[in-house]
Design a protein around this ligand. Structure first.
Ligand code: SAM
Length: 250
């Protein structure tokens, strides 16, 4: 697993500071609102855990729909940024810091769980299995669970080795590669700030094939009941850009 050389910390700590939001500016509250509308319709209701909630955009959107959401994330920066979303409906007070591999919640306390925007595949085979054991543990029997993940085929076909763009925080250079025979996608990010500062970090995410995921989920006690091509419920066919997996906790 990749480490951030300078700070000797795992990549998934270094990659999710506030600067992360300059890499994915389109992943905002507006897109979250349309994404959770469909999720709500397929059973994401009641007391719901937003696992790896980031700065809470889906948590807030679910809250607006009356869902009793709780969010959990490891990144203090992103949790702090959630305060920017607080308005008529506030969300920052419903987000907690925690590790997906050891969730700070009691057994069988949630009616539903979402894991959105490629927030799985970070911890190696055993670490990823730990996450799924925790997912099962905190869900009530029969609870609904939704994972939104990259589709390996699409990533391999569409990989852009290098791109550069100007952002409000500086020049952003992203270099992407496939490693481990295409089983992992690695993105090295360099942010050149106007004052001369440079920040570098990487993302290193396991690409799970649909069949591999089915096996992993089933082994964890999560019954796969549907697979979709996106968070609007698109059909999972050759045109699918993502894999959105709908499950019931056994
Ligand atoms: C790609 S981001 C997605 C965030 C959010 N779901 C969204 O769509 O805006 C992945 C998130 O996983 C979080 N994360 C990484 N490692 C984690 C861990 N061990 N436990 C909990 N969250 C973690 C990161 O801090 C980051 O917020």
């Amino acid at each position: 697993m990749a480490m951030n050389d300078a700070r000797e910390e795992p990549w998934y700590v270094a990659a999710f500071r506030s600067e992360y939001r300059t890499v994915y500016p389109h992943r905002d509250l507006e897109s979250a609102r349309s994404e959770v509308a469909w999720a709500h319709g397929v059973g994401i209701k009641g007391r719901v855990l937003d696992l790896c909630c980031g700065f809470g955009r889906h948590s807030l959107a679910l809250r607006e729909l009356g869902v009793e959401v709780v969010g959990v994330d490891l990144s203090l920066d992103l949790l702090r940024d959630s305060r920017e979303l607080d308005g008529d409906v506030s969300i920052s007070n419903r987000l907690v810091r925690g590790d997906a591999r050891a969730l700070p919640f009691a057994d069988e306390g949630f009616d539903g769980l979402v894991n959105l925007f490629s927030s799985f595949g970070y911890f190696g085979d055993e670490g990823d299995r730990e996450v799924l054991r925790e997912v099962r543990r905190v869900l009530k029997p029969g609870a609904t669970c939704l994972f939104d993940l990259m589709l390996p085929k699409k990533i391999r076909e569409g990989l852009v080795p290098e791109s550069k763009r100007k952002t409000g925080a500086g020049l952003l250079i992203e270099r992407r590669s496939l490693e481990d025979d295409g089983r992992r996608v690695v993105k090295r990010v360099r942010l050149e700030e106007p004052g001369g500062g440079v920040q570098e970090w990487c993302e290193d995410v396991r690409l799970y094939e649909p069949e591999e995921l089915d096996d992993l989920f089933e082994a964890a006690g999560l019954e796969v009941i549907g697979r979709f091509g996106g968070l609007a419920g698109e059909v999972f066919d050759g045109a699918a850009s993502r894999q959105v997996v709908l499950m019931k906790r056994r």
